[in-house]
Design a protein around this ligand. Structure first.
Ligand SMILES: Cc1cc2nc3c(=O)[nH]c(=O)nc-3n(C[C@H](O)[C@H](O)[C@H](O)COP(=O)(O)OP(=O)(O)OC[C@H]3O[C@@H](n4cnc5c(N)ncnc54)[C@H](O)[C@@H]3O)c2cc1C
Length: 294
């Protein structure tokens, strides 16, 4: 696919990254095109660019429900009034399901806790060091604010029913579990010893959405013309969002996707039912195997 990728000897790891040890590593890959960025700036960047192109942006405005007349979408009611709209995209992240269910639509995704730590400054933790992913342990680490940001795709992820939380929910109030990260640091102590010793500046989490088959949920709802989904990010929404946004826009305007996106289409769930238990079991498997390894 034209990416800058090569298999390297595990012995060469410390020369690429002085905080990585080769001990116990059986195979290593260098990915020259890997990048990291500040996620908060992504949303701000998209919103600013949309406004510059004529979109109306209403910050701090809650969508209460998507209005459906018969089966067709007619608009959204918000905390700042009603907006008439023949097309609505439910891209409410962890709240996608809550919004859909208020309109009587089912969508199989689960809001999943993803925790991370940011260390205090560490001499030598330069911002241009590569990201590190230890596939078998599902642990990742990248430079951040003069130290490192790191996290793990935990084996038994915690899911949240967003509908049961107050409307003024703040992500900073989400319950965290430090023991998960301590166990992950112990798991990779031979490869990333810094994780077990560095002082912690910040411990926080977010709520990406997981699906049972690991694919996004993108496209029209088969049950309500005008109702589109852009969700089920499976912890990869930042990297793929520009491409998905572009494809969904074409799908809405042209009435069909510009390429085969059936693996992401909500129609793949038509005629199927699922229990929360099954959904969470399969979503947990997808989450833990995000890097493909065991
Ligand atoms: C710790 C962590 C690490 C991650 N690492 C990566 C990574 O390396 N690469 C990657 O690609 N992705 C990564 N992700 C995933 C990425 O952050 C998500 O895929 C992405 O944020 C999902 O975007 P979204 O627009 O679907 O949802 P969100 O970013 O959650 O946006 C949904 C928005 O909808 C708003 N909303 C909700 N309900 C309502 C309502 N009723 N009315 C109005 N607005 C509402 C919310 O306030 C929010 O602003 C990571 C996530 C976490 C938590």
């Amino acid at each position: 696919m034209g990416l800058d990728i090569e298999v390297i000897s595990p012995r060469d790891l410390p020369s690429l990254h002085p905080f990585v040890r080769s001990e116990g590593v059986e195979a290593a890959i260098r990915i020259g095109d890997d990048r990291y960025f500040d996620p908060a700036q992504v949303a701000v960047g998209f919103a600013t660019a949309a406004a510059e192109r004529g979109a109306y942006v209403y910050p701090n405005t809650q969508v209460l429900a998507v209005e459906i007349d018969g089966t067709r979408v007619t608009g959204v009611s918000t905390t700042k009034g009603y907006i008439r709209a023949p097309v609505v995209v439910d891209a409410a992240g962890a709240w996608t399901r809550t919004i859909a269910e208020r309109s009587g639509l089912q969508v199989p995704l689960v809001s999943t806790r993803q925790q991370l730590m940011v260390t205090e400054e560490i001499p030598g933790a330069l911002k241009d060091l590569p990201m590190v992913r230890i596939m078998d342990a599902a642990v990742y680490m990248r430079p951040c604010l003069g130290g490192f940001l790191w996290g793990v795709y935990e084996e038994h992820p915690r899911f949240f029913d967003m509908g049961s939380w107050e409307a003024d929910f703040d992500i900073n109030n989400m319950p965290l579990d430090r023991s998960v990260l301590d166990a992950a640091a112990a798991d990779v102590v031979n490869q990333l010893p810094i994780l077990s010793t560095a002082a912690i500046r910040e411990f926080r989490g977010g709520l990406p959405t997981m699906t049972a088959d690991g694919h996004h949920i993108l496209g029209p709802s088969p049950d309500a013309p005008g109702f589109f989904f852009a969700s089920g990010c499976n912890v990869a929404g930042l990297s793929i969002a520009p491409a998905l946004g572009e494809k969904l826009a074409r799908w809405i305007v042209d009435g069909r996707p510009p390429m085969d996106l059936s693996c992401m289409a909500p129609a793949r769930f038509s005629g199927r039912s699922w229990t929360d238990e099954d959904l969470q079991r399969d979503a947990a498997w997808q989450y833990r195997h995000f890097y493909g390894a065991v």
